[in-house]
Design a protein around this ligand. Structure first.
Ligand code: GDD
Ligand code: MG
Length: 366
């Protein structure tokens, strides 16, 4: 089975994590984000993947290579200019089979694609949209379906008065190649705004199924996705590392302080005397945590250094950041790569510090 993954967006809402790393390769728990999608696809029989790229495509290719590490054939297609979700598909036309999957590359899910494909075959659909319920459909594509699963209406980014169901498109589709005939070449075309509405009544179906689903496009949802992986709320390969104790500590981590599960601690990590790490924490390779510091509900990427008596709660610290003693990073704050925060600072309430910024000792309080 073949799959096309759209990864052309810039990931602006996840900045500064995506300031110098494209979203597909931003680390999530212990692997690049897009690895979850590849592993999920492989588990449903996909062996041929086309990445439809835009922004920083080379960086994605450098991390994923030719796909042999995942047991798949992996090819990259780069549009000369952003073509939109349908335009990007059209641009990959020459590589596409008679039937294929199309995925938005920014979601974490364990949706049952095999069952979705089976329904697609049963109904003889041209396109079958995976559907999931969300609390607020306004940021998504709202889908109204009939009893037999046929789509009655598709409304991209519905306004408040248009919302009468919580079912949205999960960004996971089974498609017949004939759909390409509906997309003009060499243009920017949105599959959500221009193709789905025209397919309503002409072979567009929805597939409803219980599943975990999360668009990880913002820091809050990135953290929530991390916690859900650590908690085993979404089926991923990380569960094997965490085991029944919901705890993975790699060989070569030095822990003088204490680790409270669920947590994942990689090799080369050093947790100082009296420090507490967890619950719901990821410390990537080489992270140093100073004496007496507390880290909860947070993610710290590779080689970051946390001083003594710091508090990190509900935050994301990118690779190589350095945090001085007695500093607090809390409440959705995100520190970009290589940021340096001096001692006695408070960084909180969703503050985003961009790569390379330096804040002196005591320079920031809320
Ligand atoms: N190659 C390429 N070219 N990829 C693109 C382009 C493009 O021009 N534009 C967007 N993408 C990719 C993004 O990187 C993302 O993975 C996916 O297509 C969807 O685009 P988003 O910008 O993330 O759309 P959205 O989240 O607002 O809405 C979409 O996803 C929802 C589910 O998360 C829609 O498909 C909604 O209908 C859906 O509910
Ligand atoms: Mg999205």
């Amino acid at each position: 089975m073949q799959a096309v993954i759209l990864v052309g967006g810039e990931g602006t809402r996840l900045r500064p994590l995506t300031s110098n790393v494209p979203k597909p390769v931003v680390p999530l728990v212990d692997r690049p984000f897009i690895a979850y999608m590849l592993e999920w696809l492989v588990s449903h029989g996909v062996d041929d993947v086309i990445m439809s790229c835009g922004f920083l495509a080379t960086a994605v290719r450098d991390v994923l290579g030719d796909g042999s590490g995942y047991g798949i054939r992996l090819r990259f297609v780069e549009e000369p200019d952003p073509r939109g979700t349908a335009g990007a598909l059209k641009y990959a036309e020459d590589l596409l089979d008679e039937r294929f999957l199309m995925l938005n590359g920014d979601v974490l899910t364990d949706l049952d694609l095999s069952a979705q494909i089976a329904q697609h075959e049963r109904t003889g659909a041209v396109g079958t949209l995976g559907l999931v319920p969300v609390d607020d459909p306004s940021a998504y594509g709202l889908v109204r379906i009939l009893g037999d699963g046929a789509v009655r209406e598709f409304v991209e980014k519905p306004s408040a008065d248009q919302i009468d169901t919580n079912m949205i498109s999960a960004g996971a589709y089974v498609l017949e190649r004939s759909i390409l005939d509906m997309v003009p070449a060499d243009q920017n075309v949105s599959i959500e705004r221009e193709i789905w509405p025209r397919l309503v009544g002409n072979g567009l179906y929805g597939f409803e199924h219980e599943a975990y689903w999360m668009d990880i496009g913002t820091p809050d949802r990135y953290l929530q996705g991390t916690f859900d992986i650590l908690d085993g709320k979404v089926r991923t390969a990380v569960q094997q590392r965490l085991g029944d104790g919901f705890l993975a500590v790699a060989d070569g981590a030095t822990i003088t302080g204490r680790v409270v599960p669920p947590a994942l601690v990689e090799a080369g990590v050093d947790i100082g005397h009296g420090a507490t790490v967890g619950p719901l924490v990821v410390l990537a390779e080489g992270v140093q945590v100073g004496e007496g510091s507390t880290i909860e509900t947070s993610v710290v990427h590779a080689d970051a250094r946390i001083g003594r008596h710091c508090v990190l709660r509900g935050c994301i610290v990118a690779a190589g950041a350095v945090i001085g003693d007695n500093t607090q990073i809390t409440d959705g704050a995100v520190l970009g790569e290589g940021v340096r925060i001096g001692a006695d600072n408070v960084v909180t309430r969703g503050a985003r510090v961009f790569p390379g910024v330096e804040i002196p000792d005591g320079g920031l309080k809320f």
